[in-house]
Design a protein around this ligand. Sequence first.
Ligand code: 5GP
Ligand code: ZN
Length: 112
Amino acid sequence: MKDSNCIFCKIAEGQIPSAKVYEDDNMLVFKDIEPKAKVHLLAIGKDHFKLLSEMDEERSRLLSYMLEKIPAIAAENGCKNGFRLVINQGEDAGQTVFHLHVHILGGEPLPW
Ligand code: 5GP
Ligand code: ZN
């Protein structure tokens, strides 16, 4: 399901351009517009939901699928020596886009 007000749904549908590095029927990976590391990618599912706390069985399957795909996608995009995954949830974490996404950070040794 899509949310017509959501920028990541718009990116998934190609209405907002992005630097895509991977796409299939279930997910999309693109470069973060304000990278916080040498490599900073965002992995999103094509299904819109906001928060990790909204997970159900179907969404768990989607997230699990994404986690399965991410290591190869990261390695192919400059994270040969490892990477860090981050999911921000809510205000204290500084979440700004309310479409569940996994940050993939790497390409250099990361501080903490
Ligand atoms: P959050 O803080 O919600 O976990 O992360 C949202 C991320 O999305 C931020 O790192 C921000 O730079 C990125 N972002 C926001 N708008 C856009 C956009 O239009 N295009 C791309 N490629 N990244 C975006
Ligand atoms: Zn969305």
